[in-house]
Design a protein around this ligand. Structure first.
Ligand SMILES: C[S@@+](CC[C@H](N)C(=O)[O-])C[C@H]1O[C@@H](n2cnc3c(N)ncnc32)[C@H](O)[C@@H]1O
Length: 273
């Protein structure tokens, strides 16, 4: 896909998803975000830049970890997401967080300004993930850490049929390379190619819990990456998509109506030389 088109789809897609994102995904993404924060091993007083911060779920934890003597710059492609992060941090009294709209592969900050750069579940949407990792590496000082978490392999993510089901009804693929970074060795290889060393990779299997079909459909169709495409569906097409997706995950429905869907994540940490 043309990178400019991908950027437009992502920017306005996540603007559309922003209102439903945090409510839908806070629980299911928590274990992966915890792994990222553990790998980043942030200390009080550190300076951290975050790429693809979304609504600020990880940003607020970063801000608490570095404390008021630290510095946090949270960035995202979507202005609606940046605004949510700014509001959430202000509401939680985390006044040392700065926010800015920036693409992950073009972080406009002084070279070497940060101790760590992190990106939780954002690289799957970036046209050039290696470019984003290079941009994060440039932002950190010598010896600084770069940490990213992505979804793992397609076959280990029970919800993955959402993409072909939606793509069958729109003109272009919504997330063409979504699972590319989750292949064995792929993200670690991207870190090495970006000039990072001391690379550590952790693959993590989880069950993503959604309380019922409505919550699952809201996460998948309204609060996630296909939100823009879904907004254009007629009520009839939307009903078809919902039914087809629920059919694709039927084996993960518990007797009480909850959905417990397998999800795999990969977290890679590296160090700038
Ligand atoms: C699944 S959300 C993750 C948000 C947050 N990091 C979290 O863990 O909750 C993905 C985010 O990536 C952002 N994004 C997509 N493409 C991007 C790009 N090229 N540069 C920066 N952010 C991007 C979206 O706007 C969205 O907020």
């Amino acid at each position: 896909m043309d990178p400019k088109l991908q950027i437009r789809i992502q920017r306005y897609g996540w603007d559309a998803a922003s209102g439903a994102y945090e409510e839908s995904w806070r629980g299911p993404l928590l274990p992966a975000q915890r792994t990222l924060l553990e790998a980043a091993a942030l200390a009080a007083g550190e300076r951290v830049i975050e790429a693809a911060c979304g609504s600020g779920l990880v940003t607020r934890e970063i801000a608490r970890a570095v404390g008021p003597s630290g510095e946090v710059v949270a960035t995202d492609l979507s202005q609606a997401m940046v605004d949510l992060t700014a509001r959430g941090c202000a509401a939680d009294g985390l006044g040392w967080v700065e926010t800015a709209r920036m693409a992950a592969d073009d972080l406009a900050v002084a070279e070497g300004r940060f101790d760590a750069a992190v990106c939780a579940l954002g690289l799957m949407y970036v046209p050039d993930p290696r470019g984003a990792i290079r941009s994060m590496r440039r932002a950190v000082r010598a010896g600084g850490r770069v940490v990213a978490t992505v979804w793992g392999q397609r076959r280990n993510c029970g919800w993955a049929e959402i993409f072909p089901i939606v793509d069958a009804r729109v003109a272009s693929e919504v997330c063409p390379l979504f699972f590319a970074s989750g292949a064995p060795g792929a993200l670690g290889g991207d870190f090495a190619a970006a000039g990072l060393g001391d690379i550590r990779e952790r693959r993590q299997q989880e069950r993503l819990e959604f309380p019922d079909a409505r919550a699952l459909l809201s996460a998948m169709l309204i609060g996630g990456p296909v939100a823009l495409a879904v907004k254009r569906f007629t009520p009839e097409i939307l009903a078809e998509v919902e039914a087809e997706f629920l059919h694709s995950v039927r084996e993960h429905r518990a007797a009480d109506g909850r959905y417990l869907i397998p999800g795999e994540f990969v977290t890679v940490a590296g160090r700038s030389a």
